[in-house]
Design a protein around this ligand. Structure first.
Ligand SMILES: [Mg+2]
Length: 377
């Protein structure tokens, strides 16, 4: 069993959102617990800890249990692993810290686009088209990741409003105004988040991908000009609306259909990120390594990994459970989101190691499993 002393650095003092309350005192008490680093947990967010704008009580309870309020008397490191995005990891961590009543650091958040940071070295100064999200937020995220030369479909339409004549271009939109998109080639198209304007984004992305010189205004050829990266393949997602809504996967379907129709079936290659793809799990595992090394600086990554069991708690069999099973993690399926099976049911296509009602039950089961592994139960 690998234990580590308290390390407060992992839990930044967030006296602002929760300071002075009974909850804050409880947090300070749980900070006294040592770590159990033989286990780690990756939580999906929507349908597990929250449902849209509603924060689940079981989510708050689950994180309290992991914080040391359990029969091991020890804290277990965790990350949040979501196919959501369109915000920075820091903004997501701050929002969830406030809602869930525990301090969550940006180093515990894996968004769909987080692993795309690894591409920044390759594209540091190369011009990329960033698609998706509200306003310039995804362009700002890309810049923070280290992509130094970013334009958006908004910029292209600000340059030539006729590029997509079916919308008004507000004054001042498009930071790329002044840039000549007929002469400035792109080196990649990166879809970071759901498109907020399917038509415009399909048009501009297709223009660049088909263009002989990889510009937004170049003559088309039958071949793909530059690589295409996509952060999330979920066809639909759930929110407060009674029926699932089109997700980024729906944008991919449209883009591929248009490409097929325009080129007569030429190949459109793409690299995908997000759950259930392995790249997401490798990224999350490295964050868990870092959290554990912060807590126990004398240990090594191979030593940690040899002993550690990673549990993944999710509501979506096709994304959360398929991905976790593929990564060799122990999957736990909850009934508070996409999965609607009754008692005793499991997903036939992507069965989880355990199915429970909600995330607090999932964490109780994880604690029991760890006690068994340690010979305590
Ligand atoms: Mg979910």
């Amino acid at each position: 069993m690998l234990l580590a002393p308290v390390h407060r650095g992992l839990w930044p003092r967030t006296a602002g959102p929760i300071g002075g309350s009974a909850r804050w005192r409880r947090l300070l008490q749980t900070q006294a617990a040592a770590w159990h680093l033989d286990a780690a947990v990756a939580f999906d967010i929507d349908g597990v800890l929250v449902r849209g704008a509603r924060t689940l009580d079981e989510g708050r309870r689950a994180l309290r249990i992991l914080g040391g309020d359990n029969r091991l008397g020890r804290r277990i490191p965790f990350v949040l692993l979501t196919n959501g995005g369109g915000v920075s990891e820091a903004a997501k961590a701050a929002d969830l810290s406030r809602r869930l009543g525990v301090a969550i650091s940006p180093q515990q958040v894996v968004l769909a686009h987080s692993p795309m940071q690894a591409l920044a070295a390759q594209y540091a100064s190369r011009h990329i088209l960033v698609v998706g999200g509200a306003g310039r937020r995804c362009a700002d995220i890309a810049r923070a990741y280290g992509f130094g030369n970013v334009s958006t479909p908004d910029d292209v339409v600000a340059w030539r409003p006729a590029a997509w004549p079916f919308m008004d271009v507000p004054d001042g939109s498009g930071a790329g105004a002044g840039r000549d998109f007929a002469r400035d080639p792109f080196h990649a198209v990166m879809v970071l988040h759901d498109s907020f304007n399917f038509g415009r984004d399909l048009q501009v992305a297709t223009d660049v991908l088909r263009s002989r010189d990889a510009t937004a205004g170049g003559a088309p050829t039958g071949r793909q000009s530059v690589p295409l990266y996509m952060s999330n393949s979920d066809l639909v997602f759930s929110n407060e609306y009674p029926r699932p809504r089109f997700g980024q996967g729906a944008f991919h379907v449209c883009l591929h259909a248009m490409w097929d129709a325009l080129t007569g079936g030429a190949a459109l290659e793409h690299t995908r990120f997000g759950k259930p793809f392995r790249v997401q799990y490798d990224f999350a595992e490295r964050l868990l390594d870092r959290l554990a090394l912060d807590a126990a600086p004398d240990t090594s990554v191979p030593q940690l990994r040899a002993r550690r069991r990673i549990y993944a708690v999710g509501d979506n069999p096709a994304a959360d459970i398929a991905g976790a099973n593929g990564a060799g993690w122990t999957s736990v399926l909850v009934r508070t989101g996409v999965f609607a099976g009754g008692p005793g049911a499991n997903d036939p296509a992507h069965p989880a190691a355990m199915v429970v009602d909600h995330v607090a039950d999932a964490v109780e089961w994880i604690i029991d499993s760890e006690r068994k592994r340690m010979g305590l139960a």
